[in-house]
Design a protein around this ligand. Structure first.
Ligand SMILES: [Zn+2]
Length: 85
């Protein structure tokens, strides 16, 4: 399943303005929210197309509070859930 096929133009735009994380933040970054894409999460960022990035609050409309179990030490994180699907 090619992960990038699921990235819609809105996400590509976000990718352009937000750098992907290369590792999970040890603590919740102040003034930022942590978001990952819709790919099933992996321990290693970048594996199988799993990506995460920081964004500015408030969460965008298509960000959903995520309880997938990834990065449990973070107070909260979001999943990018584009309305296109
Ligand atoms: Zn999650």
């Amino acid at each position: 399943m090619p992960a990038f096929a699921e990235i819609n133009p809105m996400e590509l735009h976000m990718v352009a303005i937000n750098e992907y994380l290369t590792r999970v933040p040890g603590t919740m970054p102040v003034g930022k929210i942590v978001v990952h894409n819709r790919v099933k999460w992996q321990r290693t960022l970048g594996l199988d197309g799993f990506r995460a990035w920081l964004d500015d609050p408030p969460p965008k409309e298509h960000y959903k509070l995520c309880t997938c179990g990834w990065a449990p030490h973070l107070k909260a994180h979001y999943r990018s859930a584009p309305p296109s699907k």
